[in-house]
Design a protein around this ligand. Structure first.
Ligand SMILES: Cc1cc2nc3c(=O)[nH]c(=O)nc-3n(C[C@H](O)[C@H](O)[C@H](O)COP(=O)(O)OP(=O)(O)OC[C@H]3O[C@@H](n4cnc5c(N)ncnc54)[C@H](O)[C@@H]3O)c2cc1C
Length: 425
């Protein structure tokens, strides 16, 4: 912990003002970096900066951290990064290590199984970790309490932002009325509907798929009833593809829906039971935990920086979840940006390092994550039986060979894309 080296904020309310005017900070020139959104991206950035001694204010719209059903896969590259914040081992302690993942043809039950131990020389974590994303948010926010230079404000919903030559003003709705918080920079980690992005006029280009995705969780042990199931499975089927992911004692089932079906139908007990029966037919009903229906987009902001306003995570890029790159890519943004702030503070870089953050992370999202997630979707939903058969055969050939599978593993674990992103100048 670096708390001893930190100049803490003098009073808990420093940086916060209940009327709409910039407050006077007690440390001139040390206005906090404001982070909007305590999701995995904002919380990781806030913690990294706090540990490095920056004054940080983390603003969260919710009253408490939600435990919602969202991302559940932490890739090797992300775990390697989270080591430096002493988070990976804690996630591992509450998660499930998965060394092999598979692509399966549902009609033939043919399996291409990739073994991540083939990249054990490239990462300290040669596996996928299945663990709910909210656990990371909770660890980060709990750790932030150890840093007097960090403040976490719940029920603070960002509604506007403006900037001048010296700093930013972030306007929030709170239970006590509207407040304006003065900061040196603001980071929008406030998710896909980011107010920071919208109020600062960033373009968010791309498209929305016509179909929604449905995620269902069940405690029913699918692995006992589907032969040779791994804990991470991409299952193609011209009728209805699915992704089956185990997360602790739950199975998460991801399926596409038809655009013409209503939300009411798709979330109904009858429909959910029917879809689960299609995957693992059994007597009686399944015990269902969560069910979540969500729109799927492919969008990247045209820039991640406008002066003192920066964005990252879902605020900056959203993609379909096939390959588990949304949350992971967002955490990579947070780490990259924290490194840039540290380099500027240490005199190793000037302000243009923040433009480099924009290029490294935006070009990576545009060129790799968007392409790869669209390819993954097209592959799993292939309707032509011949094309599907050929693809499955090719995957099986590659997965069976440690040399051939290595480039695939370096790509799917996002190790290669992180390395490539740092090559962008
Ligand atoms: C159902 C579902 C399943 C998914 N599955 C996967 C998966 O398997 N793999 C994967 O990689 N990704 C998946 N994703 C995407 C993944 O969850 C996101 O990429 C990830 O949550 C992005 O993190 P974030 O911190 O950028 O945004 P978020 O997690 O959305 O966090 C944003 C935070 O900001 C807060 N906030 C919002 N507005 C404001 C405001 N105005 N002021 C203050 N705070 C605000 C929110 O309350 C929230 O806490 C899934 C998403 C969904 C919806």
């Amino acid at each position: 912990m670096l708390a001893a080296t930190v100049a803490g904020l003098a009073h808990p309310e420093d940086g916060i003002n209940k009327v709409q005017r910039p407050l006077v900070m007690s440390f001139p020139g040390k206005d906090p970096i404001i982070v909007a959104g305590a999701g995995p991206v904002g919380a990781t950035l806030a913690l990294y900066l706090a540990r490095e001694g920056f004054n940080v204010v983390l603003l969260e719209h919710c009253e408490t951290l939600p435990e919602d059903l969202r991302a559940s896969t932490f890739h090797s590259s992300t775990l390697d990064m989270l080591d430096r914040l002493e988070l990976s081992q804690r996630l591992i302690d509450v998660g499930l290590i998965v060394r092999k993942f598979q692509y399966r043809d549902r009609r033939t039950n043919e399996i291409a199984e990739f073994d991540m131990t083939h990249i054990a020389d490239a990462t300290r974590h040669p596996y996928r970790l299945q663990c709910e994303q909210w656990r990371l948010n909770q660890f980060c926010v709990a750790d932030l309490k150890n840093y007097p230079n960090a403040k976490v404000l719940f029920s603070h919903s960002v509604v506007d932002v403006n900037q001048d030559a010296d700093g930013v003003n972030v306007i929030c709705d709170t239970p006590d009325g509207q407040k304006t918080i003065r900061g040196s920079y603001v980071f929008g980690g406030d998710g896909a509907n980011s107010q920071i992005r919208q109020k600062s006029g960033f373009d968010f280009e791309g498209f929305t798929w016509p179909e929604k995705f449905l995620v269902i969780s069940t405690t029913y042990p699918l692995d006992k009833y589907l032969p040779r199931l791994s804990a991470v499975n991409y299952i193609s089927d011209p009728e209805e593809w699915c992704v089956l992911l185990r997360c602790n004692n739950m199975w998460r089932v991801l399926i596409p829906t038809k655009p013409e079906d209503t939300n009411e139908k798709l979330l109904s007990e009858e429909w959910v039971q029917d879809r689960l029966q299609h995957i693992a037919p059994k007597q009686g009903d399944f015990v269902v935990g969560h069910r979540t229906l969500y729109n799927v987009h492919q969008r990247v902001a045209s820039t991640y920086r406008k002066g003192r306003v920066l964005i990252g995570g879902d605020a900056a890029h959203i993609n379909n979840p096939l390959g588990g790159m949304g949350m992971n890519g967002g955490i990579h943004d947070a780490i990259n940006l924290a490194e840039k702030f540290i380099a500027i503070r240490d005199g190793k870089a000037d302000d243009s390092a923040l433009d480099l953050y924009d290029r490294q992370r935006r070009i990576t999202a545009q060129k790799f994550v968007q392409d790869q997630s669209i390819k993954n979707k097209k592959q799993i939903e292939e309707k032509d039986p011949d094309a599907q058969r050929k693809m499955q055969a090719e995957m099986m050939r590659i997965a069976a060979d440690p040399v051939l599978s290595r480039p695939v593993l370096l790509k799917t674990s996002m190790i290669e894309v992180v390395r490539d992103s740092y090559q962008i100048t």
